[in-house]
Write a protein that binds this ligand. Structure first.
Ligand code: FMN
Length: 211
């Protein structure tokens, strides 16, 4: 892809405020968007996340009420709720190790060192919950960028009550917690936000070279 196409997509995207509820994301675009989630990097590759795609309109209505009534929640074509592992414990590390062994055709013993490192650094860490939450934002970043490249509109969203989400989605005692949300679809012609100039600090302020 040419540089100018990427730059144009980055300028084109904006946090969409109003969606055209009629327009839906195609199955092909959606597959590429979900690939951007499953192929996103995470620390150690542990993937302490899950992505709920909320299709049920009644559930969406309930979530909107828990999201300052932001209309993106109900009107966007697709809604992704990002979940993080509440505790990245030894069991979860083992699950991942089993998957590595399966995919790469390795004996479990060959992965003992890797496993113990993750247990020491993550599972035993008092901040594993926050660590898992941070990982979900990486996946969201991948989703947002991929959406822009496909000319699919998106809104990253933190304007909601995560505890109310956990309740509505039946996540209590599940080991998963809501962290962040992304609405995806197509901008409404009347969304005036699309014409706003982007406000960013200058490159000189943001990007500093240490020589
Ligand atoms: C983590 C995060 C949470 C956000 N939450 C909301 C939200 O709840 N509702 C909303 O309309 N925009 C939300 N935004 C959008 C930001 O306000 C927007 O990205 C920022 O103002 C920059 O504008 P731009 O994305 O249009 O370039 C959020 C953005 C991020 C990254």
């Amino acid at each position: 892809m040419a540089h100018n196409q990427i730059q144009e997509a980055l300028q084109w995207r904006y946090a969409t405020k109003k969606y055209d509820a009629i327009k839906k994301i195609s199955a092909q675009d959606w597959k590429t968007l979900t690939d951007s989630l499953s192929l996103a990097p995470s620390s150690y590759g542990l993937q302490p996340w899950k992505f709920l795609v909320i299709e049920n309109p009644e559930v969406r209505e309930k979530l909107k009420a828990a999201s300052w009534n932001q209309t993106q929640i109900t009107d966007a074509s697709h809604l992704v709720v990002f979940l993080a592992r509440e505790k990245v414990d030894v069991d979860f590390v083992q699950k991942y190790i089993n998957r590595v062994a399966e995919v790469r055709g390795l004996p479990l013993e060959a992965l003992d060192g890797y496993k113990n490192m993750m247990i020491e650094n993550v599972a035993k860490s008092p901040t594993s919950t926050q660590w898992a939450q941070r990982q979900t934002y990486i996946a969201m970043g991948f989703l947002l960028e991929t959406a822009a490249l496909l000319k699919v509109d998106a809104t990253p969203m933190e304007g909601f009550d995560p505890q109310a989400y956990d309740k509505i989605l039946g996540l209590e005692n599940s080991g998963w917690k809501t962290t962040v949300v992304t609405a995806l679809g197509y901008r409404h012609a009347e969304d005036t936000t699309q014409n706003f100039k982007k406000v960013r600090f200058t490159d000189e302020t943001l990007i500093q070279y240490v020589k």
